[in-house]
Design a protein around this ligand. Sequence first.
Ligand code: SAM
Length: 261
Amino acid sequence: MAEAGNFRTYHEPFVGGGALFFELHRQGALRDGAVLSDRNPHLIEVWQAVRSDVDGLVERLAEHREYHDEAYYYRVRAEIPETPTGRAARVIYLNKTCFNGLYRENSRGRFNVPVGRYTDPPILDEDNLRACSVALADVELRCQGFEEAAAGVGRHDFVYFDPPYVPVSKTSVFTSYQKGGFDEADQRRLAQVYLDLTRKNTRAMLSNSWAELVLECYGAFTIHELSASRNLNSRTDRRGAVSEALIDNFQQLPSARKIAV
Ligand SMILES: C[S@@+](CC[C@H](N)C(=O)[O-])C[C@H]1O[C@@H](n2cnc3c(N)ncnc32)[C@H](O)[C@@H]1O
């Protein structure tokens, strides 16, 4: 459906869980390395630990798995470990055991999601962590905002933007993963960055919700409508398929020697 062509370095400026990066790595499509960035320093610290100290991480998560219960969750949530690996294990542990796997911070930048109700949360998935560690071995990890990330993109590179989505329902609000959030002005600045990259002839793809603001900002590009399943709603009757927009600028670029992504 979307084809990126041959590219040099792969960039993901809103890496989060890195879904597309890991899929492209699995396909052997990343021949010239990758730069993964995110504004969240705790998240980048997790990927750094997965890459550089997977043994230590496995050890710490095995301890968390052994002690996990509600009281332990709140103790771990309240304390910040001194070592990078300890902090990374804390973030993974909280992510696997918190309510709905959400990531949310209060105004002081402290993670504030309550404990989730699980019988056997997957606190340690050793095979997966080790596979991720191999995938990340030669990757550059940077803690930076999307504008800084885009400034480091070369003309023959390929960029995939997966920003916090524009809210679509009447009750949802602009996403606030972190203090600072990501509001309409950020969405518009991102659209400008996308346009600037296109003017430099850099291939770029972007996903977002199927929202008026998105259709307006990216009207000059190819917009594919995708149906995605979402389960991040506290009301189960509101979970289900939603439309998402996948935008690419490949038609706007002169050279199109294509391979599928
Ligand atoms: C929708 S998530 C990315 C999902 C990711 N592609 C995945 O597969 O999990 C958005 C990410 O953007 C990050 N973020 C929010 N504002 C940012 C900004 N201004 N610059 C860079 N990253 C930002 C958040 O920390 C979060 O990790």
